[in-house]
Design a protein around this ligand. Structure first.
Ligand SMILES: Nc1nc2c(ncn2[C@@H]2O[C@H](COP(=O)(O)OP(=O)(O)OP(=O)(O)O)[C@@H](O)[C@H]2O)c(=O)[nH]1
Ligand SMILES: [Mg+2]
Length: 467
């Protein structure tokens, strides 16, 4: 029923009269004309939507995550994901279950390698009785053999991530030589996540919830579950612990360490928690781009879009950073301050804190970046505290330090060093320093919320509302 309004409208009336006069041929042509007009109008609407999306993307505030390898860049990115879109973050649990397995297998590989090297060295462990040691040694070899199915799933998982053969851990058997102890890595934009899910998890429910697929005998979780008791025995063995202690080796401080959670992680019901995902280690090669909409809105009620670039931090990767300096609005630099007694994997002669300070110096003295506000995360504070508490002395590695070996004083000293270098070339540079433990979601998310305020300030500055 036409409404009274339309009946009264002269144009509608004229059109209705014209339609009534149409011959069949005219009606066909008119309908074609109308369909074409509708199609064009739809195309224009789509173009407008696309332009709007592009404008949003183009107005996004760009944040660059920089720092040496293992400084915590990808971990910080995960915390941004939790802050911006927890559901999307959790929808990837299925993929991260596989990465937890890979991390676990790497730790097993490392343990077996350390103990094998000790056996080859023919050293003694003075605290352990000789007969006990011989029995444990025998048991160790049995466990090593029983854990070999893990190698099969390690290969399968790494291959499913679409990585070339040279990224596979070198040795197809346990143990491996240290040189073969490569890290697993991912190249962004290769679809590695969907490759992994597609290959191993055909079951949609499993994909969403991240649990083991009971109907898929190939799900790696079945083998991991079957090896759980042996992994536990290996890690808890007094013999293995004594070998680690003798070499002053603390593999629990390394990224992606899950051996203290074996019972849970190897359970058939295992689904990674947010914390498990954040603690996973997967080295970045290349540069990945991530777009977010911040839940917070600016004072003008505009939604804030951010684009974060996560980069590979190894020395060979650093040349790829420079092209991003022109458009970056905020630089987030991570320095792992617990690493004062560690050396670069890519160059074992270089102390990791010294490398971080040098990198920091080169970035803060770069004139292209002189007006870019920098957020500095002095990261891995939990590990720094644990290290100092277990009597690892800072001044053995940084000889200019002569204060007490406690967290407060050491953290203060390192902060001063970074601040001094950071303002050396451009004294008025905007630097915001935070002591962080990037694996801790609640503290990191509240710091990132403050970084969001800075993002909004930069957005307003862009709009020339601030000086
Ligand atoms: N205990 C502890 N572990 C951390 C902290 N920050 C990061 N990690 C862990 O350290 C490992 C390395 O962190 P990533 O975020 O992968 O390091 P990255 O800077 O992205 O390294 P590349 O990709 O190689 O450049 C991961 O397993 C993290 O879970 C921290 O504050 N404390
Ligand atoms: Mg990374």
């Amino acid at each position: 029923m036409p409404s009274a309004d339309i009946d009264d409208d002269p144009l509608s009336r004229a059109l209705a009269e014209e339609r009534a006069r149409d011959s069949p041929q005219e009606r066909k042509e008119r309908l074609e004309r109308e369909a074409k007009a509708r199609f064009q109008s739809q195309q224009i609407d789509e173009q407008i939507d696309e332009d709007r999306e592009k404008a949003k993307r183009d107005s996004a505030i760009e944040i660059l995550l920089l720092g040496q390898s293992e400084s915590g860049k990808s971990t910080t990115l995960k915390q941004f994901q939790i802050l911006a879109d927890q559901d999307a973050f959790r929808s990837q649990r299925g993929v991260w279950r596989y990465i937890v397995y890979l991390n676990l297998i790497r730790s097993v590989r490392k343990l077996l390698t350390i103990v094998s090297q000790w056996r080859e060295s023919g050293q003694d462990i003075p605290d352990l009785d000789e007969a006990f040691l011989a029995a444990q040694d025998n048991r160790f070899l049995q466990i090593q053999l029983r854990l070999s199915p893990l190698l099969q799933i390690e290969r399968g998982l790494v291959k499913s991530m679409g990585l070339p053969d040279d990224s596979l851990p070198g040795s197809p058997s346990f143990p491996s030589s240290p040189i073969q102890d490569q890290e697993y890595f991912v190249r962004p934009n290769t679809g590695w996540m969907s490759n992994l899910l597609g290959r191993w998890s055909g079951n949609r429910v499993t994909q969403i919830h991240g649990s083991i697929d009971p109907d898929d005998p190939d799900d790696p979780g079945h083998i991991v579950a079957a090896c759980g008791v042996d992994i536990m025995e290996l890690w808890n063995s007094p013999f293995v612990q004594a070998v680690l202690q003798q070499g002053s080796l603390r593999i629990e401080d390394e990224g992606g360490f899950f051996l203290n959670d074996i019972e849970r992680v190897t359970s058939p019901d295992f689904v990674p928690s947010d914390s498990d995902i954040v603690r996973c280690r997967l080295k970045t090669i290349g540069i990945s781009k991530h777009e977010f909409v911040l839940n917070r809105v600016d004072p003008l009620a505009r939604t804030t879009h951010i684009r974060i670039y996560d980069v590979g931090g190894a020395r060979s990767q650093r040349a790829t950073w420079a092209p991003y300096f022109d458009s970056v609005k905020i630089l987030l630099f991570l320095a792992p301050i617990s690493a004062f007694d560690q050396y670069l994997e890519e160059d074992p002669r270089v102390n990791r804190i010294k490398d971080s300070l040098e990198l920091w110096k080169s970035l803060t003295s770069n004139s292209i970046l002189k007006d870019v506000p920098i957020v500095l995360f002095l990261n891995k504070c939990d590990l720094l505290r644990a290290k100092l508490d277990s009597n690892v002395f800072l001044n053995k590695h940084i000889t200019s330090y002569n204060g007490p070996n406690d967290f407060q004083n050491v953290a203060e000293y390192l902060l001063k060093r970074f601040e001094k270098i950071g303002r050396n070339t451009f004294p008025s540079r905007d630097i915001h320093v935070h002591f962080t433990t990037a694996t801790d979601t609640s503290s990191t998310c509240s710091i990132l919320a403050r970084v969001s305020d800075l993002v909004i300030r930069e957005q307003l500055r862009d709009m020339r509302l601030l000086s």
